[in-house]
Design a binder for this molecule. Structure first.
Ligand code: KG4
Ligand code: ZN
Length: 375
């Protein structure tokens, strides 16, 4: 079975094609995984603006699809030009005129690929961006007559771990840490989720990004800040918000404010200073994430720890989780995706689609929902 997946929840335009063999004990083969990053566009403004990101998705989706199909050897030119129903397409892409211009010649030129399902992220995320991907999936579904599976982005950050570990043991504790979310989720099985706690304000990735901005490190902050922090010994100079509370919630906006106030007092912002602050910020975030997640693992006797989301690409975070788990809960298996599958991609959307293949929806009924919840 082949699944074509579309992911446009934030600023990466991702399309992947996944081949799944077997049903009960599936094995996954990634035929293609293409991502068009918008980093250069957003770098100029120091962050992601939804309408700008939406415009980029409109421009990127068709070229990314062509590359993904080509890589998977599924791109075939049609012997006679196809004739898509332009009226319906105009309706679907009422708010995405740039994408409409690109999809019509594409549909005319190429044959329907041999794909069984289309899965698409329909939330949570930036709503205008989500709609662009959803409408793209709708048009392809209609024209090619392939069923669509709407997929939750948070669930995808968890289930991407099944790519290399299809036999995860439950109950598991998942920590999803991204630019938009920080959640600890109890996973009693695939599709059985309960949010135990989450951030009350900024997400961990957002905190990385905002602190990096304060320190003048550029965008996206997470990877730049963590590079600056390499090899620096920390002095516990910043607060660890909510680290001792008995719940599983987080709060990162106070940390950002502490960095802002500390930064104002420094006149000469040397490289040494920036490196030290980068390390302090990173360690504060790691300390809180590790402490609360390990508490959840103990409280629920979790057999697996699953990390996911852009911040889980952080090498120091991975290392400290691994060490802590070995010491405090050695029987809990540690799962974390490869760094390129921690950040947004469409492989995760495809895998989640596979587990929801019975949940296809009439293309007309699929809605994007920026606040979609898991569980
Ligand atoms: O999951 P993701 O790609 O997109 C969302 O769903 O938000 O996560 C993006 C976030 C950004 O805030 C980025 O700064 C952060 O993940 N990030 C990192 C690292 N790589 C990406 N944060 C810390 N260390 C990293 N190496
Ligand atoms: Zn994400």
């Amino acid at each position: 079975m082949k699944i074509l997946a579309i992911e446009t929840s934030c600023d990466d335009t991702g399309i992947a094609i996944l081949e799944v063999k077997g049903n009960k004990n599936p094995s996954f083969g990634v035929l293609s995984n293409i991502i068009a990053s918008q980093i250069e566009v957003h770098q100029k403004y120091g962050g992601v603006y939804p309408m700008m990101a939406k415009r980029e998705h409109q421009l990127n989706l068709v070229p990314v699809l062509v590359r993904a199909l080509k890589k998977a050897k599924l791109l075939k030119i049609s012997s006679k030009p196809q004739s898509p129903d332009v009226k319906i397409l105009e309706k679907i892409f009422e708010r995405e005129p740039e994408l409409l211009k690109k999809i019509i010649p594409f549909l005319k030129k190429y044959k329907k690929p041999s794909v069984d399902f289309i899965s698409v992220t329909n939330g949570p995320g930036l709503e205008p961006c989500l709609w662009t991907g959803v409408n793209f999936a709708k048009a392809l579904s209609l024209f090619w007559d392939i069923p669509v599976i709407p997929v939750n982005h948070i669930e995808s950050h968890i289930l991407v771990n099944l790519l290399e570990n299809p036999g995860i043991k439950f109950p598991a504790i998942a920590l999803v840490v991204s630019g938009g979310h920080t959640q600890i989720i109890l996973v009693n099985g695939i599709k059985k989720y309960k949010i135990l706690g989450e951030t009350r304000d900024d997400a961990a990735g957002e905190c990385f990004d905002k602190c990096a901005k304060i320190l003048g490190l550029g965008y996206p902050g997470g990877p730049i800040l963590s590079k600056m922090a390499e090899g620096i010994e920390t002095k516990r100079a910043l607060p660890r918000p909510m680290i001792t509370t008995k719940d599983y919630d987080f709060s990162f906006s106070g940390l950002k404010t502490a960095v802002l106030y500390a930064d104002r007092k420094v006149e000469n912002k040397t490289d040494e200073y920036k490196k030290q602050m980068a390390a302090e910020v990173q360690q504060s975030i790691i300390d809180v994430l590790v402490k609360k997640t390990i508490k959840a693992i103990r409280d629920f006797d979790a057999k697996s720890l699953i990390l996911g989301g852009g911040v889980s690409a952080n090498q120091e975070l991975r290392k400290q989780f691994k060490n802590k788990l070995e010491k405090e809960s050695p029987n809990t298996k540690f799962l974390v995706p490869k760094p390129n599958l921690s950040t947004d991609n469409a492989v995760m959307t495809a895998i989640t689609g596979f587990y929801h293949k019975k949940d296809t929806k009439d293309w007309q009924k699929i809605q994007a929902d920026g606040n979609l919840r898991i569980g």
